[in-house]
Design a protein around this ligand. Structure first.
Ligand code: PLP
Length: 384
């Protein structure tokens, strides 16, 4: 059975160049980067090369990049450290955030008594930034705003520049979860005054278990994982050298091909919208997913006009991998927070959400296979 992989927002396959770079690193840079001998220092040099590459891509200082084990760790580190070390007493967030942000904010409320304020989206998943301004104005408490750049379930793009400027104006710290956007959108943090951002290598054909946090130096954020002085004392622990090398290679390839890859994915996404709209009567697209200017080209959030909780499983049996929400909530068997925030209950009772997400490797033929499979499943279900 030929397999069709359309779950690239959950994770992407490693490319051969990344695997080769990682294998070479495992063989050659086996030294401990903290060792002072030359074998250790060769590993250290490799890490610093990647740090410079990342910093150049984001137009920040190399010392502002902290390598971590994943996007989840980066988000945890930033939010928890803001509360523990920067005296944040209030967090403004939204119900659209990834679980690793949502749960961390709740944890800070429960354990540290932080006031948690939610900016509610409308049915399109838009956030009202005038309301954000009112919230920022309304309290003297030291505030952290944590709002993602692109939503991982519906693909909506949020106005990172305007949010950053508002946060600066009202003296709030701003964290943007950029896990879905690093390597997919050009980010220039010398112009956007965001304080913190996060990245995960496996979202752009790099290895799982490697990411980084951008921490603007002026914030004075401190380590959450303490121990040795690695990562300029911001994250203790012997570095994952080959993972960092893999992240660097994957980022380099994505940056080199960003125009070509983004055009390809947008073309595939347009084709998916066209084919689904043509073949499935009553199909809808969630949030701003089908709008080019307001959503990322990497994913399409579909609302099928019938209820089928087994859809993911049925597609899987046909060799097609899609997701019915984010990978972190799809095992939960209930609609995700994102869907509950933007769809009304009646709609959720009679419809099925499906996330189709692309990479530069996705083909039109794979979209055809998906659409045909959906038609087959629909007709079997109707006849039963
Ligand atoms: N934030 C967003 C928006 C994500 O999509 C994900 C992964 O799905 C994460 C954070 C977590 O990243 P990681 O899988 O590296 O922990």
């Amino acid at each position: 059975m030929n397999r069709v992989y359309l779950d690239n927002a959950a994770t992407t396959p490693l490319t051969n160049e990344v695997i080769e770079a990682m294998v070479a690193s495992m063989k050659e840079q086996y030294g401990n980067p903290s060792s002072t001998h030359s074998i250790g220092q060769e590993a250290k040099t490799k890490i610093e090369e990647v740090r410079r590459l990342v910093a150049n891509a984001l137009k920040v200082q190399p010392g502002e990049i902290v390598f971590t084990s994943c996007g989840t760790e980066s988000n945890n580190m930033i939010i928890k450290s803001c509360v523990e070390h920067l005296e944040v007493e209030r967090i403004i967030t939204s119900p659209l955030e990834h679980k690793c942000v949502a749960e961390t904010c709740l944890d800070m409320k429960k354990r540290k008594g932080v006031e948690l304020v939610y900016l509610r989206p409308n049915e399109k998943g838009d956030l009202d930034l005038n309301k954000l301004e009112e919230l920022l104005k309304s309290s003297e408490k030291k505030t952290l705003v944590t709002l993602m750049h692109v939503n991982n379930e519906i693909g909506n793009i949020y106005d990172i520049e305007r949010i950053a400027k508002l946060c600066k104006e009202y003296n709030a710290l701003y964290h943007s979860d950029t896990v879905q956007t690093v390597a997919h959108i050009d980010l220039d943090f010398s112009k956007i005054p965001v304080d913190f951002a996060s990245c995960s290598a496996h979202k752009f054909h790099g290895p799982k278990g490697t990411g980084f946090a951008f921490v603007r130096k002026s914030t004075g954020l401190k380590a959450l994982i303490t121990g040795g002085p690695q990562e300029r004392s911001l994250r203790a622990g012997t570095e994952n050298v080959c993972g960092i090398v893999g992240l660097g290679k994957a980022l380099e390839l994505s940056l080199d091909h960003m125009k070509e890859y983004s055009e390809h994915m947008q073309e595939i996404k347009d084709y998916a919208i066209e084919r689904l709209s043509e073949k499935i009567q009553g199909v809808k697209f969630n949030g701003r997913s089908a709008e080019k200017e307001h959503s990322l080209y990497t994913l399409l959030s579909v609302l099928l006009p019938y209820k089928n909780p087994l859809l993911g499983l049925q597609l899987d049996m046909k060799g097609i991998a899609i997701s019915q929400g984010s990978a972190c909530s799809s095992g939960a068997g209930k609609p995700s927070m994102v869907m509950m925030s933007i769809l009304d209950e009646d709609e959720m009772d009679v419809c099925t959400p499906m996330r189709v997400s692309f990479s530069h490797l996705t083909t039109r033929e794979e979209i055809d296979v998906l659409v045909n499979a959906l038609l087959e499943i629909e007709s079997i279900d109707k006849n039963n």
